[in-house]
Design a protein around this ligand. Structure first.
Ligand code: MN
Length: 746
């Protein structure tokens, strides 16, 4: 280190220009750690890709930091350097933490939408910080200490205008060269089309350019909205008529006409939980029984299709049969102003359905309170309706057993037929918040080495019990036979850094609760053995884990079965509407009735990958294809290439059309025949307004009121509800009724 020859190559931290390039070096170094050790989707088979990854942070970072050289005033110069180091590190580290959880990069929408998500209900302890993370901040700490100890001197001398200009020119040239190299990959990275996948942009241009271009396109999206016209809508309309709409299957069309529709949204519930047991004890015995019941049409290859908007994307697909946005949450970014032609409004206007959502969290979460008004939901029972105490809620809101129980006084006042949705919350990462006496003493979870995975089975088991209790109430109250109940999982529960701990349980129906590394030898050597024999986790496994339950329970029917066709969340809306006897022909819906004839089975993923019964492309950025049935990576044959191209074109067109429709708010140009546009100002969800409204409706309808409460001669049915939840009211008189008509399942 003392060698003067070596020292010549190191930036002299005692000079301003030396500090500038040292700062660029350290931010580059941190970016490399993140690129190679955290952002594993960036990895590629192509050497040129790696070269671009290695150089791309340099030019962009250097431009900003070199600009500081133009500052003459000493204090201001060092403040600017400090700011850029802090900001650059924060950008890298923020992405590291975000990526660990979501396998994705921060965008303008996640950052601004994040503000709404960081309020009540956000569990800060769930942020995946790791002990080694201090290395991202180490250089800043050391340099500050060296300044304080006066080991590094303050350079009072301004660098000079022309010399500063020369340094800036070097920075700009490095950036231009990187940019040209990136452009030669032919991904047209700064074009709108490339923006759907930030992986490309980060791989070739870097984190900073991604955030800048994303910010630009967020702005452009707002502008696009102002520019769009009726002719843009007509293109989408023609596409839907020619490519997506399928006439209903006459054998099932309208078979559930006028029945109540109850949708139960199973938070973070993966299909692989179904039929799984731990040491012989089923994780979700009740949902298993529904899955196999002859009153249930269940789907075994039903995939979630959510993007960054997660839960809200799933809801958007079920309510509108359009996709979420390429980045961010549609609810959050557009939902306050969007024109929706959604389930509650259509069901109300065609068949007179009343509507409600029951949710344990606050109404502002994902901007639901505004979205639901625009969708025409008459009632939204959010956290303000429940008397919460710390015992009854987790970070995500009222616990599921309480939610179902507490919903009854409102559910029974809704005019029938009704369309209601229950958004459960307890089975939400990090799957904590249940107390000891809420856990089933007869059910023990695994010991995976990762508390997220261990707890996932516990909250899933709890959710299963919650649903069973609610079903028992539906049976006891008589609602059961007048309803169809739709159960679905919104998206995966396990992701990112937790995958490898979940892998041993995936695909196995019965698993052991014992720790995996059961060897009696020293823990470090058994750890090594485990690592060397551990199966690898790839993008195919990740894609297959996107299966979620979708079950249509039709009480009284006996023609249920398990359908193995490939389908996704986008298809739910037209399927349900046709069962209720509602035509979808005049609506813009991207999904297809799962009972209609002529469906081509392919599932479009939000990242533009796809899953078909034969071929899976988990992520177009990595250009890898797998045999869907065997999981083997394939080199496509000529006929497979033709098939892949056909499906890829269909996926791209569908997502482009959906994105145009939503981002440009094209439905404002179109009112389907028989549909009245929703006026959001007609809906208020406050507790007092809601209670008043429900009573007024019953009073004005008198004998014609079809609410369960009216049918039950103005006596509440809540006493029929049984729960093993501690502290919940249990009615002894109701026990006999419920136990005779329920329990056990088929
Ligand atoms: Mn969710």
């Amino acid at each position: 280190m003392k060698s003067s020859r070596f020292k010549k190559w190191l930036p002299n931290l005692n000079t301003r220009v030396g500090l500038v390039w040292a700062s660029v070096f350290f931010i580059w170094l941190k970016t490399m750690i993140a690129y190679f050790f955290v952002f594993n989707h960036l990895h590629s088979a192509d050497l040129q890709d790696y070269l671009l990854m290695i150089v791309n942070p340099i030019g962009f970072t250097a431009i900003f930091i070199a600009l500081s050289l133009f500052i003459s005033r000493t204090a201001l110069f060092y403040t600017a350097i400090g700011f850029w180091n802090f900001f650059g590190t924060l950008l890298v580290y923020g992405n590291v933490v975000y990526y660990r959880e979501f396998a994705d990069f921060l965008s303008i929408n996640t950052l601004t939408g994040g503000a709404g998500m960081m309020g009540k209900g956000f569990d800060y302890s769930a942020i995946p910080v790791q002990p080694l993370d201090f290395i991202y901040w180490l250089d800043i700490i050391i340099i500050v200490v060296l300044f304080l100890l006066k080991k590094i001197k303050i350079d009072q001398e301004p660098y000079g205008r022309s010399k500063s200009f020369r340094q800036l020119t070097i920075a700009v040239m490095i950036f231009m060269l990187t940019f040209m190299g990136a452009d030669m990959t032919e991904h047209r990275l700064v074009s709108r089309q490339a923006q759907y996948d930030d992986t490309y942009v980060v791989r070739y241009l870097g984190l900073g350019p991604w955030l800048v271009t994303d910010g630009w396109y967020t702005h452009v999206a707002n502008e696009a909205r102002n520019m769009a016209s009726k002719s843009d809508f007509t293109k989408v309309q023609q596409y839907i008529a020619a490519n997506r709409y399928l006439a209903p299957n006459v054998s099932v069309y309208g078979k559930d006409k006028n029945k109540n529709l109850i949708v139960i949204h199973l938070e973070s519930f993966q299909q692989d939980l179904i039929d799984k047991s731990i040491d012989g004890k089923p994780v979700t015995p009740f949902l298993d029984s529904l899955y196999h019941s002859n009153s249930t049409i269940a789907f075994s290859n039903f995939f979630n299709q959510v993007g960054q908007g997660k839960t809200s994307d799933a809801e958007n697909m079920l309510e509108t049969s359009t996709f979420g946005l390429p980045t961010g949450s549609l609810f959050q970014s557009l939902g306050s102003t969007q024109t929706f032609q959604a389930m509650p409004a259509i069901l109300n206007q065609t068949e007179g359905y009343s509507s409600a959502v029951f949710h344990g969290n606050v109404g502002t979460f994902y901007n639901r309170v505004n979205v639901y008004r625009n969708m025409g939901y008459q009632n939204f029972f959010d956290q303000s309706f429940w008397s919460l105490n710390s015992q009854d809620s987790t970070a995500w809101g009222l616990k599921d057993k309480d939610l179902f129980y507490d919903s009854v006084p409102y559910l029974e006042q809704l005019q029938q037929p009704f369309y209601v949705k229950y958004l459960t919350v307890t089975n939400h990462t990090p799957f904590t918040g249940l107390t000891e006496n809420e856990l089933d003493p007869n059910f023990k979870t695994v010991n995976s080495g990762d508390p997220i995975v261990d707890n996932y089975f516990l909250t899933a088991h709890y959710l299963d019990q919650s649903v069973e209790e609610f079903f028992n109430y539906l049976k006891a109250s008589g609602l059961y036979n007048k309803s169809i109940i739709v159960i679905y999982g919104d998206h995966y529960g396990i992701s990112g850094s937790d995958d490898k701990f979940y892998l041993p349980y995936l695909g196995q129906t019965n698993v052991s609760s014992a720790p995996l590394a059961s060897s009696s030898s020293s823990s470090s050597s058994s750890e090594d053995a485990k690592a060397s024999t551990a199966p690898t986790w790839n993008d195919y496994d990740e894609a297959m884990m996107q299966r979620v339950p979708f079950m249509i329970v039709t009480p009284g029917s006996t023609d249920g079965y398990i359908n193995n066709e490939f389908a996704g969340e986008i298809d739910v809306m037209p399927t349900l509407e046709h069962l209720l006897g509602i035509s979808t022909q005049n609506y813009i819906q991207f999904g297809q009735d799962l009972f209609a004839k002529g469906r081509q089975q392919f599932v479009a993923l939000r990242n533009r990958g796809f899953i078909t019964p034969t071929i899976t492309e988990p992520n177009p950025a990595s250009n890898e294809f797998y045999d869907t049935t065997t999981g083997q990576q394939i080199t496509p044959t000529a006929s497979q290439v033709a098939y892949i191209n056909e499906i890829q074109t269909k996926v791209n067109t569908m997502l482009n059309m959906s994105d145009a429709l939503n981002s440009e708010d094209l439905l404002r140009f179109y009112t389907p025949a028989g549909f009245t546009p929703v006026n959001a100002s007609n809906y208020t969800y406050t507790v007092s307004a809601t209670q008043k409204r429900l009573k007024q409706i019953e009073d004005s309808l008198k004998a014609k009121s079809t609410s369960l409460y009216s049918e039950n001669h103005n006596v509440s049915t809540q006493s029929l509800y049984q729960s093993d939840e501690p502290g919940m009211i249990k009615s002894k008189s109701a026990l006999a009724i419920a136990s005779s008509s329920s329990k056990g399942g088929k």
